[in-house]
Write a protein that binds this ligand. Structure first.
Ligand SMILES: [Zn+2]
Length: 107
């Protein structure tokens, strides 16, 4: 599969955009990011600078999808660093699970 341009997360359509530089990933253009999920505009942005593998971008996509799921389910705790750690671990684990078991094959 090619990386998607849209995904549905718990019934909400999210647009997935790919940016060529890490400042463009940030909707405010202030931080250099690999990915960002904006739950207000239902937009996920992923860095695609030509030097990243589809697998690493898929990993970031799942990370941002998990952020969206956490937002939708109200699972955002007060400790943002701890939430980020959990989201990161789940993203890596889910990407590995889906790719390793060939539920997803990237082109
Ligand atoms: Zn994150």
């Amino acid at each position: 599969m090619n990386l998607p341009k849209k995904v549905n997360i718990l019934g909400l359509p999210y647009k997935v955009m790919y940016a060529k530089n890490c400042l463009d990933v940030d909707i405010l253009g202030q931080e250099q990011l690999l990915g960002q999920c904006d739950s207000v505009t239902c937009t996920i942005r992923i860095l695609d600078d030509g030097g990243r593998t589809p697998e690493s971008m898929f990993d970031v996509l799942l990370h941002e999808v998990i952020h969206a799921i956490f937002d939708r389910l109200g699972m955002v705790g007060e400790n943002k660093e701890h939430t980020e750690l959990i989201v990161n671990q789940l993203g890596v684990a889910m990407a590995d699970f889906l790719l390793r078991n060939k539920f997803v094959e990237l082109k």
